[in-house]
Design a protein around this ligand. Sequence first.
Ligand code: CO
Length: 216
Amino acid sequence: MPQLFEQLFENNKKWVADTLKKDPEFFKDLAKGQTPPILWIGCSDSRVPANDITGMKPGQVFVHRNIANMVVHTDMSMLSVLDYAVNVLNVTHVIVCGHYGCGGVITAMGSQQVGIIDNWLRHIKDVYRIHQKELEAIADMKERENRFVELNVIEQVFDLSKTSIVQNAWRNKRKLFVHGLVYDINNGYLKDLDVTIENGDELPKYYLLDQSFINK
Ligand code: CO
């Protein structure tokens, strides 16, 4: 669709002009570097743009997005983003943000084969297995889906705190909060799931790594 493609550049020119009108130094300042206080791990869904829904400007949020906002501990891309955000950019908040109506989460509840993505969604099925009892006690399918979205976010918050990256930051007395949020695509509101973790105390002992490595 060439027309749509051209539209991108039209929009971009207008955005540059509007931005400069509000702040002539905007690009000059941003070009100096970034010190975002937030790392956002969200879904790739086109309806959930991190900066727009939180009113954050360019430079304020470091963003990683994948299908169903997953923290998969063998995902080199996620680990690299997390490491850079925590250890180089020194972010204070890591936010996992899911959203109701998430196609990835809903698909993971069923058995339809979609393609390569089935292997990614398998991680979400594991979350279902852990919470199967709670989920299947919810008769209304929409409510069950919504709860599954929430439980998936909570599981990713725990998965973040299991990483050596986050644990070492805490051990080094860094202020680092890991939050779980859900975005409601029906009304635009963000909901805090109140599962913020700020140290490893809540984790089962077998997830806590010994610190001899970083003290060397
Ligand atoms: Co989604």
